[in-house]
Design a protein around this ligand. Structure first.
Ligand code: COA
Length: 433
C-alpha cells in the first residue's frame, strides 16, 4: 500500500482520535510550542469518558485545561517542568512534579514511565511520506518511538525542520488534520538591569565561541551585545528570534564549531512565526532528540562552549537554586545542569549563571538574590561543584577554582549595594578577618 493510501486510511477527526485514549492511560504530550492544540482540546472535551488519565508534559504552553479542578478525576498531570498553566495544579495537589534532567527524559519514558499514548504535532508529509516534528524534536520523537499508540495532528503551519526530525506516515496510528497557528513566544521586556547583565555576559564571549542560551529577557539581552563578534556557533537546547538576527547579520556562522560545523544544533524552538519560517527546510539548522543535543558528553565535543542560564537564588558558597522558591516548585531543571556540565567538560568552555542582583517583591520589599543561605525548603539545582561564573548587573564573579572564602567575597562584590553590608557581616562571622 502506498503511503498516500495509508494516510487516508488513518485519517480521522480529533474526536475519533481522542476516543482511542483509555482510562488509566499515560499520555505524553509534544513539548512547548509543539503542543498539539486540536488534540488536547478534543481530549479535554472527551474528559467524562476517562478516569485517571496521566498527562506527562515538560513545558506546557497551551491552556492546560486538563489541570482544572473540574477534571480532577479525569486527568492527573505529571509535570517535568512547571509552567504558567500547570503551576497552580501542582501547588494544589492535583498534579505532581518529577525531577529529571532534560537529557534523560527519553530514558525516563523508556525505562520508568512506558507511555501508552503520544500526542504529536507534525508537518504534512513530504513526497516520500515523512512528516517533520517541526519545533519540538526533544523528548517528543523518543516518546513516539516508545508509546504504544501515536496520535498525530498534521498542521500545514508546522515548519519542516531538518536533522533527526522525521517520522513516516506508516508509523502513525491516528492522523488528524488541523490547521492552527503554532504557539508563539512573546518578546521579553529588556530593561536597564537586563542590558547590564547582557553586557557583562557578552564580555565573557570570544570570537568563535559556541553558545547555549536559555529563554527570556537575559539571553535576549546578551544577544544585543554580540553584534561585533565573529563566527559564533550555536549548540543549544533551544533558540529564539534573536539568533536569526545574528545569523542574518553574519555574526553566527557556525564556521568554527568543532561538532556539526556550519549548523545551529538545537532540540526545540520557541519564538515568533519569523523564526518558524526561517527554520523551514533550512539545512543550516539541525534538530536532534534531547538525549543527543543535551548529553553533556556531546555538548563537550564543542570546544569553547559557553552556556548562559538564569536562576532564582545563589548562596555564598555558589549553590544555585533555579527551579524552586523555598519549598514551592516553580519550574524544573530543564537543560540547565546538562549544559553547565557540558560546558565544564568542553575545552575552553564556560558556564554562566546570570540574574538580577535583587528582586522587588509584590509587597514592595527588596530581597537579595545573593543570599547568606538558600531559602529553607529550596532545592539546589546547580551544585557548588559544578558552578562557574555568576553574573549580575554589577559584574562578574568567577567561582570555579576559588575557595569558599574567595567565592563569598566575589559574590558580595556583585550583590546589590543595599545588601553588601549584611552579607559582609556574615562573611566575617564565617571566615573571620
Ligand atoms: N526569591 C523569591 N522569589 C523569587 C526569587 C527569589 N530570590 N527570584 C525570583 N523569584 C520569583 C519572581 O518574583 C518570579 O515570580 P512571579 O512569577 O510570581 O512573578 C519568578 O520567581 C520568576 O522570576 P523571573 O525573574 O521572572 O525569572 P525568569 O522568568 O527569567 O525565570 C528561572 C528564571 C530561574 C525561574 C528560569 O530561568 C528557570 O526556570 N530556570 C531553570 C531551567 C533552566 O535553566 N533551563 C535551561 C534553559 S531553557
Amino acid at each position: 500500500m502506498s503511503w498516500q493510501e495509508l494516510y487516508q486510511q488513518k485519517r480521522m477527526t480529533a474526536e475519533q482520535a481522542a476516543s482511542h485514549i483509555k482510562s488509566g492511560d499515560r499520555v505524553v504530550v509534544a513539548h512547548a510550542t509543539g503542543e498539539p492544540g486540536a488534540l488536547i482540546d478534543a481530549m479535554v472535551k472527551n474528559a467524562k469518558a476517562y478516569r485517571n488519565v496521566e498527562i506527562v508534559h515538560m513545558v506546557a504552553m497551551g491552556k492546560g485545561e486538563y489541570c482544572l479542578p473540574e477534571y480532577a478525576e479525569n486527568f492527573r498531570h505529571n509535570s517535568l517542568f512547571l509552567g504558567a498553566s500547570t503551576r497552580d495544579a501542582i501547588a494544589k495537589g492535583r498534579g505532581d512534579f518529577t525531577p529529571v534532567y532534560f537529557s534523560q527524559i527519553p530514558d525516563l519514558l523508556r525505562e520508568e514511565l512506558h507511555p501508552n499514548v503520544a500526542l504529536l504535532h507534525l508537518s504534512p508529509p513530504d513526497e516520500h511520506g515523512y512528516c517533520s516534528y517541526g519545533v519540538s524534536v526533544d523528548y517528543t520523537k523518543p516518546a513516539a518511538e516508545i508509546a504504544d499508540l501515536r496520535i498525530a495532528q498534521i498542521n500545514p503551519n508546522m515548519p519542516r525542520t531538518l536533522g533527526d526530525s522525521f517520522i513516516h506516515v506508516s508509523e502513525l496510528d491516528c492522523i488528524v488534520e488541523a490547521d492552527e497557528p503554532i504557539i508563539e513566544l512573546g518578546q521579553a521586556k529588556i530593561g536597564e538591569t537586563e542590558r547590564a547583565i547582557g553586557e557583562h555576559c557578552a564580555s565573557l564571549i570570544q570570537d568563535g565561541d559556541c553558545l547555549q542560551l536559555g529563554i527570556g529577557a537575559i539571553p535576549d539581552a546578551v544577544l544585543l551585545f554580540l553584534k561585533e563578534k565573529k563566527d559564533l556557533g550555536i549548540h543549544s537546547e533551544m533558540f529564539s528570534d534573536g539568533v536569526v538576527e545574528l545569523v542574518e547579520a553574519g555574526v553566527i556562522t557556525n564556521r568554527r564549531k568543532t561538532l556539526h560545523k556550519g549548523q545551529c544544533v538545537v532540540t526545540f524552538l520557541m519564538g515568533s512565526r519569523r523564526l518558524y519560517d526561517y527554520v523551514n527546510n533550512n539545512p543550516s539548522v539541525a534538530m536532534y532528540p534531547v538525549d543527543y543535543v543535551n548529553n553533556p558528553a556531546v555538548i563537550a565535543k564543542n570546544d569553547n562552549l559557553v552556556s548562559i542560564n538564569s536562576c532564582i537564588q545563589v548562596d555564598l558558597m555558589g549553590q544555585v537554586v533555579s527551579d524552586s522558591i523555598g519549598p514551592r516548585q516553580f519550574s524544573g531543571v530543564g537543560g540547565q545542569v546538562d549544559f553547565v556540565r557540558g560546558a565544564n567538560l568542553s575545552r575552553g568552555g564556560k558556564s554562566i549563571m546570570a540574574m538580577p542582583s535583587s528582586l522587588v517583591k509584590k509587597d514592595g520589599t527588596r530581597v537579595s538574590k545573593i543570599a547568606v543561605q538558600i531559602d529553607a525548603g529550596a532545592a539546589v539545582t546547580t551544585s557548588r561543584y559544578d558552578v562557574n561564573y555568576i553574573v549580575t548587573e554589577f559584574g562578574v564573579a568567577k567561582l570555579k577554582g576559588k575557595t569558599l572564602r574567595d567565592r563569598a567575597k566575589a559574590l558580595i562584590e556583585i550583590a546589590h549595594p543595599d545588601f553588601r553590608e549584611e552579607l559582609m557581616e556574615e562573611f566575617h562571622r564565617r571566615f573571620g578577618g
